[in-house]
Design a protein around this ligand. Structure first.
Ligand code: ASP
Ligand code: MG
Length: 450
């Protein structure tokens, strides 16, 4: 079995969905199991419906619902030829419109958007896109069978970032697949969404359709997972920022995870765990450029001792702490872990010693109450709005020259911190945001343009 996941831009309109059908057809002999994202921007619209309803901006809510609905109506009108199918799908879309209106009214009256309500809204994106793709498959004579992910993707009730229970997902899915009567079915389902034991809809985090593909690959023991997106694969740097960046033909699981974690937006970092655990081959492909071979990811390692890519993350904050009095190391660490948990903060990097701790965080402002909690223990320094530049590679520490060349490219840049990942897969520097681009260009030149 082959898992094929198509992202939002790969299903953005009727033409894109037809393109998906033709790609799936080419792989039909490998029994594809197809995972579909919401059409491009749909999840943003649904999220905006929720936040604006809670703020009382009902005119924005109405606009968002209208845009969401009309995008799907256009797909149905342009992508489906049978009038009966069109009518049936339009009825479903009208029902969704009613549901969105009711949900947003509820949120509006309460002026509160809980994670559970947000999930209740967000599941409609993948629901409609997967239904449209399924009907297009049938019209293209692909024996599609639509599966409701809520029926098998059992998750906990950690709404907006729920985790699936793999053993139960496997059991439910096998049971469902077992009872399908169609011959050589091509299953089509939704990424991103699941449901609790009680059947309440959940989502597994933004961009987590990749993760759905990984989970399905794992529980179905797929022989390959293909993530079809709108870029050719992983690049030596973000090609939108560095036009000379080159496609990376192969990565190890660890390298792909590290690149994703450090800012390469090709893949959701969570994706890699279930895939690596089962040693399943992963392929990134571009639905808009299907002749490109893409990037393959597997357990086989690149043996050359150099970097495979450089990434950039903005909006980095560093918090360092020197305790007022010398505390036992494990006690201090425990107190700090408590503060992090209470403020729901996970550091991107952390350096710890008996006399000082330093944390690097990404995204958003560090709250005053968080800093205050640190201030009760020691003296605190906070630097915000910095950038993290990372080079990644299995063997970058095998020869000192990689570190030297990295430092050389940063020679005239103010460094705020440097860190090497604990699993020795990456080396990173924290620099001023205004220096980040120039430094990235220098690093890329040094490693990938010689
Ligand atoms: N539709 C969801 C999102 O935009 C999930 C995904 O596309 O992976 O976050
Ligand atoms: Mg996506």
């Amino acid at each position: 079995m082959l898992i094929m996941k198509f992202g939002g831009t790969s299903v953005e309109n009727a033409a894109a969905m037809h393109n998906v059908a033709s790609i799936v057809k080419q792989h039909q002999h490998r029994k594809p199991f197809v995972v579909i994202s919401a059409i491009a921007q749909a999840t943003n619209l649904l999220t905006s419906i929720g936040t604006n309803a809670a703020l009382g901006n009902m005119s924005v809510v109405q606009e968002n619902i209208a845009t969401f609905i009309s995008k799907h109506v256009s797909i149905i009108e342009e992508g489906i030829s049978s009038p009966q199918t069109q009518r049936r799908l339009k009825e479903t879309v009208a029902n969704v419109q009613q549901d969105l209106e009711r949900l947003s009214q509820g949120i509006f009256f309460l002026r509160e958007l809980s994670p559970r309500s947000l999930d209740a809204l967000c599941v409609f994106g993948e629901y409609l896109s997967s239904l449209c793709v399924h009907e297009i498959f049938l019209e293209q004579e692909i024996p599609g069978v639509w599966l409701d992910a809520k029926k098998f993707m059992l998750t906990d009730n950690n709404f907006t970032s729920a985790s699936p229970r793999l053993d139960e997902v496997q059991k439910r899915l096998q049971n469902i697949l077992h009872n399908v009567e169609k011959e050589n079915p091509i299953f089509v389902t939704q990424g991103f969404i699941g449901a609790t034991e009680e059947g309440i809809p959940t989502t597994m985090g933004r961009e987590s359709s990749d993760f759905t593909a990984a989970v399905l690959g794992s529980v179905l023991n797929a022989d390959e997972i293909q993530i079809w997106t709108d870029v050719d694969g992983f690049f030596t740097a973000d090609p939108r920022v560095i036009p000379t960046a080159k496609l990376i033909p192969h990565l190890s699981y660890a390298e792909a995870l590290e690149l994703a974690d450090r800012g390469a937006k090709v893949l959701h970092p969570k994706t890699m765990l279930p895939i690596a655990e089962k040693n399943l081959p992963l392929l990134i492909r571009n639905s808009k450029n299907p002749t490109s071979a893409g990037t393959s990811v597997s357990s086989s390692r690149n043996e050359f001792a150099t970097a495979v890519g450089v990434t950039l993350k903005n909006n980095i904050a560093i918090v360092s702490l020197i305790p007022f009095e010398q505390k036992n190391f494990s006690l201090l660490t425990e107190i700090l872990a408590g503060i992090l948990a209470e403020h729901k903060r996970t550091p991107l990097f952390h350096s710890a010693g008996e006399r000082a701790h330093l944390f690097g965080f990404e995204g958003g402002k560090i709250s005053d109450s968080f800093i205050q909690a640190f201030r009760e223990i020691g003296s605190v320094t906070l630097v915000e709005k910095k950038s993290l530049l990372t080079i990644v590679g299995n063997n970058i520490f095998q020869s000192p020259s990689v570190v030297m060349r990295f430092m050389k490219s940063l020679a005239d840049t103010q460094l705020h911190y440097m860190t090497m990942s604990a699993h020795r897969l990456s080396l990173a520097a924290v620099v001023n945001e205004e220096d980040a681009l120039r430094s990235m260009v220098a690093i890329h030149k040094e490693f990938f343009e010689q």
